[in-house]
Write a protein that binds this ligand. Structure first.
Ligand SMILES: Cc1ncc(COP(=O)(O)O)c(C=O)c1O
Length: 418
């Protein structure tokens, strides 16, 4: 746990903007990381620096060459960070936009056959697959996820994997349940029956929790939203395998290399992703003796996971003498209190109190959380559980046990008054 090394958590927190106060609301605990994580101060600096530079890539002047070198370096950083075997990284408008682009290219660029996904997915990939499967004249088959675990396994996909499954989508971590999927195992099950299938993964909720390893997944596309992983809003990052990159896709006619980027690139976006990678390397260096970049990133991911697991354990089972959520009368935890798939997120309900009221009461006590409603974003998860809403409490590795203690103290008051 990061907290066991003296001073480390303070050093971690000092690297982020607005760690304990909001410029609009004042002092608060930030447990709304699944809606957008805290931003690294280095990202804030890089954003301002690059926003002021008027130059563009591809010109014969030093500024242009410097910008190109920064983009090239960022792509190298992405390769190490994601452990990517070949393929191409590029930025787009958002995670959603990139999922639409990858999925449309895969649906349109493959022979007749099925498009396979699951009910666990965020509407970004579900909507893209539904739309582009229809345009391509392919059936879109959605397998049901497991309500008990709030996740999905190869066994759930298996009955619907056919040799003509051309495109498959997988969500790495649900932003509603907070539970992770074993992407490598699902991809292997798909490849076992449909080896040529284009497998596209929504990694948007997973990325902040570290432990990314494209070489181990055996997939063709992976998309993240950098504002959910300590960078900023305004861009998404995608990786496509060489075979997905080679499918017909939108690009300027006759453009050398048939790029996936559309239009002038924002060097600042790339630079801020390098800041994120540098942060992971720094964090890794605090918890391992290894000097290799990838080894440090892996170590950072393990430390992040262990710290978040300790925080969710404390939230559910208590801190010191304070009882945890599992022991508060009327409080229910979605998808099981002790679920090993959990990635920093606890979704809950309070009997007799609508989720928006719980969120408001937490806000009055200086704790920011969020309501998930059974709408087009979260209805796929909540409706089968018979819920119209839930409270989402989402943490990252910079959160502390003291913040958790404050939260469960507030929850006890709220549950007592329910
Ligand atoms: C798993 C998942 N996929 C897709 C999205 C959409 O991402 P964006 O709004 O950054 O495009 C989100 C956002 O919450 C998400 O959590």
């Amino acid at each position: 746990m990061l907290a066991s090394k003296p001073g480390l958590l303070d050093e971690v927190r000092s690297r982020f903007a607005h760690v304990d106060s909001c410029p609009f609301e004042g002092e608060r605990v930030f447990f709304e990381n699944a809606g957008g994580a805290l931003t690294l101060k280095s990202v804030v600096d890089s954003s301002a620096r690059f926003a002021a530079i008027p130059d563009n890539q591809g010109r014969d002047n030093p500024a242009s060459k410097a910008l190109q070198a920064i983009i090239d370096r960022a792509k190298e950083d992405m390769r190490v960070f994601f452990n990517a075997p070949g393929g191409t990284f590029f930025v787009g408008e958002s995670g959603t936009e990139l999922l639409f682009r990858l999925i449309s290219a895969a649906c349109l660029g493959t022979p007749a056959g099925r498009v396979l996904g699951s009910t666990l997915e965020h509407p970004a990939s579900r909507s893209a697959a539904a739309r582009w499967a229809e345009v391509a004249g392919k059936p879109h088959v959605l397998v049901a996820h497991d309500d008990a675990t709030g996740s999905i396994d190869p066994a759930h996909y298996a009955p619907q994997i056919t040799p003509d499954t051309r495109v498959a989508t997988i969500i790495h971590t649900s932003p509603v349940t907070g539970m992770g999927t074993d992407v490598a195992a699902v991809a292997a099950a798909i490849r076992g029956v449909a080896p040529e299938c284009f497998i596209i993964v929504d990694g948007i909720q997973h990325a902040a929790h570290g432990r990314l390893d494209l070489a181990g997944y055996g997939v063709d596309g992976y998309v993240v939203s950098p504002y959910k992983m300590f960078s900023r809003h305004g861009y998404g990052v995608a990786w496509v395998s060489d075979r997905l990159a080679a499918l017909p896709h939108d690009h300027l006619a006759n453009a050398p290399g048939e790029p996936w980027e559309l239009g002038t690139r924002d060097t600042g976006a790339y630079a801020t992703f390098s800041d994120v990678v540098a942060y992971f390397e720094w964090l890794g260096a605090q918890v391992t003796e290894a000097t290799d970049r990838r080894a440090r990133i892996v170590a950072a991911g393990e430390a992040i996971h262990a710290h978040e697991a300790a925080l969710t354990q404390a939230m559910i089972h208590g801190v010191g003498n304070l009882p945890g959520l599992a022991d508060l009368p009327g409080v229910s935890i979605l998808n099981g209190a002790d679920n090993a798939r959990r990635e920093g997120l606890v979704a809950l309900t309070v009997e007799g109190m609508p989720a928006p009221d719980v969120v408001a009461k937490l806000r009055e006590r200086g704790i920011r959380t969020h309501t998930r409603k059974a709408d087009h974003y979260s209805g796929n998860i909540l409706r089968p559980l018979g819920l119209s809403s839930c409270v989402r409490v989402s943490m990252c590795h910079y959160n502390t046990e003291a913040e958790v203690a404050r939260f469960i103290t507030a929850m006890r008051e709220i549950a007592d008054g329910a």
